[in-house]
Write a protein that binds this ligand. Structure first.
Ligand SMILES: [Mn+2]
Length: 324
């Protein structure tokens, strides 16, 4: 599988690298690493991301400034990174399929195998590690920029080696990336010691406003547009808030319901030990991993979404109880 994917990529001449909307380190890590390598191999490569305002925090990643929110006029191959389904790119798959071959590189359990070639390895710590494995197995020499990108994607997706599908080779791979030029201290500083004041204020709001339900096993937080306005926080500042609630000792499932600018909602789910939140997300048209998943909803009342999720929580916990 690793060979087929790389052979196909090698045959291509005009390649678009796609990452998911509201990108994180992993989706950018994959696409920027491949950009670095394919450019060196003499390909025409183009970085696409549909998000208008990319997270400023990730500006330190190599080639970040070369990401475009439009497509080039010509391309024959598209590589989609870290997307459980094609919609995550913000584009319509039918329109792209007419123009190019699609290579799907991912690690989500819920990946829909939408590509012409699907390099989906799940469970796996990150999509960046899937890319690294592909490059290694094909004897491709990494640039230091690529090593840095893949390290960043993995350290972030594993919550600094706290979760995700890790094994001994995750650690040896990370060691290899460091010897190839990734700088752990620099990357940690960029990711950890870079909290904007507005994000800090939003955390303070979250700590004050969440609800504990089901004997403290469920933590529920609503973030409304007015909360973002009041604190000055941006949408990207909400991304790790849910983890604060998950980390409370009694909490098994944390739920964050974020009101989007257009009045729709983004729902994030986290779990700890028993509950597979990717199953819940999948029911509502989303996806993710065992302990971290999400979906979008255009329902009018956020309270109704919370009610539906709580029902799924009860069902999930009952199921777990009978399996025990
Ligand atoms: Mn990922």
């Amino acid at each position: 599988m690793f060979k087929t994917a790389w052979t196909t990529i090698n045959k291509a001449q005009n390649i678009v690298l796609m990452s998911h909307i509201n990108p994180d380190c992993d989706t950018l890590g994959c696409s920027l690493a491949l950009y670095s390598i394919l450019q060196k191999e003499g390909k025409n490569v183009f970085l696409f991301n549909a998000t208008e305002n990319l997270p400023k925090k990730l500006r330190f990643m190599p080639y970040f400034s070369e990401i475009h929110s439009y497509l080039p006029s010509e391309f024959d191959t598209v590589i989609v990174c870290d997307c459980a389904n094609f919609d995550r790119t913000g584009l319509n798959i039918e329109a792209i399929k007419k123009r190019a071959r699609i290579i799907n590189i991912d690690h989500h359990l819920t990946n829909s195998n939408f590509g012409d070639i699907n390099l989906v390895i799940s469970p796996n710590s990150s999509a960046s590690m899937v890319v690294y494995e592909m490059l290694k197995q094909n004897g491709v020499k990494l640039t230091s920029q690529a090593a840095s990108c893949l390290y960043t994607g993995t350290i972030d997706d594993t919550g600094f080696f706290a979760y995700g599908a890790m094994n001994a080779s995750t650690f040896s791979d990370m060691g290899e990336l460091v010897s190839l030029g990734a700088d752990p201290a620099f990357i940690s500083r960029q990711l950890k010691q870079s909290v904007p004041l507005a994000r800090f204020r939003l955390k303070e709001y979250a700590a004050r406003s969440f609800d504990l339900l089901r004997n403290g096993m469920v933590g529920l937080l609503f973030i409304w547009q007015q909360d973002l306005k009041r604190t000055g926080a941006k949408r990207e500042d909400t991304e790790d808030i849910i983890n604060l609630i998950r980390d409370i000792v009694s909490v098994e499932m944390a739920v964050m319901i974020l009101e989007e600018e257009d009045g729709s909602f983004k729902i994030s789910l986290r779990s700890k030990n028993y509950l597979d939140v990717s199953k819940i997300a999948l029911k509502f048209g989303g996806g993710g991993h065992f302990g971290a998943a999400g979906f979008e909803s255009s329902i009018t009342h956020a309270k109704d979404i919370a009610e539906m999720i709580l029902n799924e929580f009860d069902k999930g916990m009952r199921e777990y109880g009978t399996q025990k």
